[in-house]
Design a binder for this molecule. Structure first.
Ligand code: NAG
Ligand code: NAG
Ligand code: NAG
Length: 260
């Protein structure tokens, strides 16, 4: 009995000693184990997911080649149409076989169209003729607009931006307020019929767009417009006329700062 008690006592001692060890640590170990288990499980699941995804993707590509051909067809449809114009004012010489692409840059003022046009014109075989509809008499009615367009796309239009007989792309810049909105239906028909690619530039920021409109109306009423526009600069005098119809660079400095 005494032994038993002793044993019992020992037992209690033995039992008590682990009870004394902090439960807190045990729970931490347990939690750590749980977290590790969950982490390993998620990693495994992720790997399984990616493997299965790759498999299904591969299956899609192999099983359905039709989307690819669709995309190709769409891309082909987007490639600008090729033309072989025969200008009346000069002979294209040996470049008569070279295809020409037609384009038009439609834009609002201060949308970067001048910069974009200068960039295009820096290529030796691209000719962008500037704002040809600055002059009122060219956009008096739809027939004068069509005549002007015909002259441009038959390569019979001459200005400082006109290139050689080997031009591979020809176009011009057209502001939305230069007769474009009034005759938009006829112009869209003409562009579709002719196969003209349209590049549309506008400012995404609404506030900046409003500032541009404001600055534009200021320019219109506060300055003389001579109707001359040069997308190329060859002299200091010409540089004064660069930008829009004939805005003075100095006077516009403030606006260009807003542009940036
Ligand atoms: C311009 O066109 C000519 C004639 O087609 C061609 O020989 C030349 O390589 C072109 N230049 C550039 C920079 O593409
Ligand atoms: C367009 O304007 C021109 C030049 O003023 C004129 O000769 C022509 O008759 C006009 N056409 C139409 C359809 O109004
Ligand atoms: C623009 O027009 C004004 C007034 O008609 C004239 O004095 C000025 O010389 C013209 N500028 C150019 C570059 O033609």
């Amino acid at each position: 009995m005494a032994e038993y008690v002793c044993l019992f006592h020992k037992d209690t001692v033995i039992v008590k000693s682990p009870r004394k060890s902090p439960v807190f640590l045990r729970t931490i170990v347990l939690l750590f184990g749980i977290v590790c288990g969950i982490y390993i499980c998620t990693v495994c699941l992720r790997q399984i997911n990616t493997v299965s995804k790759i498999k299904t993707q591969n299956l899609q590509v192999i099983e359905s080649p039709s989307p690819d051909s669709n995309i190709l067809a769409q891309l082909e449809a987007r490639i600008p149409t090729l033309h072989y114009p025969k200008p009346q004012t000069f002979s294209r010489g040996e470049c008569i076989q070279n295809p020409v692409r037609f384009f038009a840059i439609l834009s609002m003022q201060r949308s970067g169209s001048g910069w974009f046009e200068t960039l295009l014109n820096s290529h030796i075989n691209i000719s962008s003729n500037g704002e040809i509809f600055c002059a009122m008499d060219r956009r008096k009615n739809i027939s004068t607009i069509m005549q002007t367009l015909d002259r441009v796309y038959k390569l019979d239009w001459f200005n400082s931006a006109s290139k050689n007989e080997c031009s591979a792309a020809v176009g011009f810049k057209w502001m939305l307020n230069q007769g474009l909105i009034e005759y938009h239906k006829e112009i869209v028909e003409y562009f579709n019929y002719r196969g003209v690619s349209v590049v549309f530039l506008f400012r995404r920021n609404l506030l900046r767009r409003m500032v541009s409109l404001l600055a534009n109306s200021h320019d219109r009423y506060a300055k003389l417009l001579n109707g001359t526009h040069k997308s190329h600069v060859h002299s200091q005098e010409e540089s004064l006329n660069v930008g829009g119809c004939s805005f003075k660079l100095q006077a516009d400095n403030q606006l260009y700062i807003i542009n940036k």
